[in-house]
Design a binder for this molecule. Structure first.
Ligand code: DGP
Length: 114
């Protein structure tokens, strides 16, 4: 946990969010400023700043986070099959457009146009 991190506060429950999923490792909630009809953020509960901090031994939990994404997408209204789908985005650092410095996976979906 990092004292001043808003996503750590959301994970802890000291800042409100619309939770859609939680397990021992991950917490997922609706983006406050949705860019698509479905816009969910998945965060590791551990405070990791960005993919810039990731090492080889982070591969297992990163893999689990990626494997979780299609389940969360389907449970939250992303349509199945080739005509459905979703976009996965991780912004990293200022040049990557990251505003909140706690690694998070955006799941964006829903019928277009957005
Ligand atoms: P990024 O630019 O990748 O760091 O995206 C940060 C996202 O986090 C952005 O889409 C808005 C969202 N966000 C920021 N603050 C809050 C908050 O307090 N609650 C929720 N639910 N989402 C937030």
């Amino acid at each position: 946990m990092s004292e001043n991190c808003i996503f750590c506060k959301i994970v802890k429950g000291s800042l409100p969010s619309t939770k859609v999923y939680e397990d021992d490792e991950f917490f997922a909630f609706k983006d406050i400023n949705p860019a698509a009809p479905v816009h969910i953020l998945v965060v590791p509960k551990a405070h990791v700043v960005s993919m810039q901090d990731v090492q080889d031994d982070d591969a297992p939990w990163l893999g689990r986070m990626m494997a979780l994404a299609p389940k969360i997408a389907a449970e939250n209204g992303c349509r199945p099959g080739l005509q459905g789908g979703f976009r996965l985005v991780i912004n990293n650092g200022d040049d990557g457009g990251q505003e909140v410095h706690h690694l998070h996976l955006h799941i964006l979906g829903g019928q277009r146009p957005w």
